[in-house]
Write a protein that binds this ligand. Structure first.
Ligand code: NAP
Length: 291
């Protein structure tokens, strides 16, 4: 019960453009830039939920949604300090508590530091949402090793590093939940996104493997595959391209970040998800089944 609140493509994303969308990350000391929690008034039984890549887009919507449930959110980000701090304020305004922690998900040492910072601030981490991701789209014949590797490092290895750091905490407590954000591209592929599809498909495999490995410790692992969702990742697409894409979506429109956040909330918090592990849930307007 909440005692008091202050109140205070991807998917198909850049397939048409085949443009690079580099992360805004500039390496700095991991966790060196972070905001502090100012709220101690959330529910005593509030969960501590670490959301990677929560400065913008889906991650921000997930963080704010969890804030509305009165939870404590660790807002991870790569380079967008102002945006991350804005997310923190939005979570607090929604009724939760939050801190922002900068860390590059592709760097295992920075991830360890991020978890240490989260534990220092909130005592533990109960739920991990692996959301951070980038695209570096181009056709296979043009793809440079760095374009391949950067996407694999952040979108797949980053999920592994965060999972490993999280499981060290969760295994001891014999409870915890992990929600991985994959993509429908990891299920059905997309021209121009070989790196992204491989990483996102890997996340689905990792979800199933980790669900089996962690089950004896009471930790569930599930995956969400968004379809075509309005965010910075899709904002660069032309109207024309979006119109064409929408024709292939049974529900006939792009999704909203809040719609993905609803599924994450269920898997992260709902008692009804206690007996669900190793599964992938699509929030895609039906695009994976086709029109
Ligand atoms: P977005 O708007 O581009 O935001 C990406 C987020 O990831 C930002 O918060 C960014 O932080 C963070 N990030 C990037 N590189 C990072 C790194 N190395 N370490 C830590 N954080 C990093 O993307 P989005 O559309 O919200 O996508 C979120 C997730 O959903 C991704 O995994 C994406 O693949 C997946 N997805 C999206 C769609 C879609 O249509 N939008 C569809 C399917 C799946 P900074 O702001 O600091 O750079």
């Amino acid at each position: 019960m909440k005692l008091f609140t202050t109140s205070i493509l991807a998917l198909l994303a850049s397939a048409s453009a085949f443009t690079s969308s580099p992360s805004a990350f500039t390496p700095r000391n991991a966790a060196s830039i972070r905001s502090t929690s100012t709220l101690d008034m959330v529910a005593e039984d509030a969960k501590v939920i670490l959301v990677t890549g929560a400065s913008r887009g889906l991650g921000r919507a997930i963080a704010v949604d969890l804030g509305k449930q009165g939870q404590k959110v660790v807002v991870n980000y790569a380079g967008s300090t102002d945006a991350a701090n804005e997310t923190v304020e939005m979570v607090k305004a929604a009724g939760g508590d939050a801190i922002a922690v900068q860390a590059n998900c592709a760097d295992a040492d920075e991830i360890k530091e991020m978890f240490a910072t989260a534990v220092e601030a909130f005592g533990t981490v109960d739920v991990l949402v692996n959301n951070a991701g980038i695209t570096k789209d181009t056709l296979v014949m043009r793809m440079k090793p760095a374009q391949w590797q950067d996407v694999i490092d952040i979108n797949l290895s980053g999920v592994f590093y965060c999972t490993q750091a999280f499981f060290k905490l969760a295994a001891k407590k014999r409870t915890g939940r992990i929600v991985n954000i994959s993509s429908v591209v990891g299920q059905i592929g997309n021209p121009g996104q070989a790196n992204y599809a491989a990483a996102k498909g890997g996340v689905i495999g990792l979800t199933m493997s980790n669900a089996k490995e962690f089950s004896t410790r009471g930790v569930t692992v599930n995956c969400v595959c968004p379809g075509f969702i309005a965010s910075d990742m899709t904002a660069k697409l032309s109207e024309e391209y979006l119109e064409t894409v929408s024709k292939g979506i049974p529900l006939g429109r792009l999704g909203k970040p809040e719609e993905v956040a609803g599924m994450v909330r269920f898997l992260a918090l709902d008692d009804a998800a206690d007996y669900i592990t190793g599964h992938t849930f699509n929030v895609d307007g039906g695009i994976a089944i086709g029109c």
